[in-house]
Design a protein around this ligand. Structure first.
Ligand code: PLP
Length: 255
């Protein structure tokens, strides 16, 4: 009796189940490492410099997870009693255990997203609180790109970014899948994915990217921003238990 041919299994549960390539495994096994709590890990330092340059920021910080990266990003912008405007279905509101509220006493102001994942500027405007003791102080607009597999239009990012700036809000991007957005945008415009990644990132004051989603790295994210913001995030990361030691083995896979 002939047995049915075995087909290669493709696991479509999530882009987080991708495995490191042989090249990544080799990079990990050969990584130069040090104690990253002393900022002594050359592989971590190299990755941070590379991703900051790639996205056009002064500095970057390697993070164990995207959740911690978003948390440290939001808490670097907002203090106790302040709030961030965010999509009702955005990861850094709905899927991160309410971390900003729990650990930072920072209130989310969720807004219903439009079908493409964007937040209507009129809704953002209506949600910004007046300077009044009754209200939390509105400090930050947090967007997500891609969201639900959709790329937010570059024109929207530019408009929302300028609008937030005009209203005195800082701008954070959960760009867990920013490189997917950049590749799709580059294909549509006939440009380079690296240029598009920078174009997207430059609409924001801080950007979190994940190396473990679709890119194959076993773990890790990076938060990018100014030196000042990354200095604050560094302290927050330590408090959140994210000060890693020989993290270069993981950074090497992501480089
Ligand atoms: C858009 C987005 N942001 C952030 C995260 C959090 O990443 P992590 O699972 O590494 O904490 C995820 C995880 O799936 C995500 O999809």
């Amino acid at each position: 009796m002939s047995s049915a041919p075995t087909l290669p299994r493709v696991d479509l549960r999530s882009d987080t189940v991708t495995r490191p390539t042989p090249g990544m495994r080799q990079a990990m096994s050969q990584a130069l490492v040090g104690d990253d709590v002393f900022a002594d890990d050359p592989s971590v330092n190299a990755l941070q410099e590379k991703i900051a340059n790639l996205l056009g920021f002064e500095a970057a910080l390697f993070m164990p997870t995207g959740t911690q990266s978003n948390l440290c990003g939001v808490l670097s912008h907002c203090q106790r009693g302040e709030e961030y405007i965010v999509g009702q279905m955005a990861h850094c509101y709905r899927w991160e255990g309410g971390g900003a509220a729990v650990f930072g006493s920072v209130q989310p102001q969720p807004l219903t997203q439009q079908a493409d994942g964007s937040l209507a500027l009129a809704d953002i405007e209506a949600a910004i609180k007046p300077d009044d003791a009754h209200f939390a102080k509105t400090k930050l607009l947090a967007l997500e790109n891609t969201w639900g597999g959709k790329v937010l239009p570059q024109s929207y990012l530019s408009e929302a970014s300028a609008f937030a700036l005009q209203k005195g809000l800082a701008r954070h991007l959960d760009g867990a899948r920013l490189f997917n957005a950049a590749v799709a945008q580059a294909a549509a415009r006939g440009t380079s994915p690296y240029d598009e990644a920078k174009r997207i990132a430059q609409c924001f004051d801080s950007v979190s990217v994940c190396f473990s989603k679709g890119l194959g790295a076993p773990m890790g994210s990076a938060l990018c921003g100014t030196k000042e913001l990354i200095g604050k995030a560094h302290r927050l990361r330590k408090m959140a238990g994210g000060g890693l030691r020989q993290a270069g083995f993981m950074a090497a896979a992501a480089s």
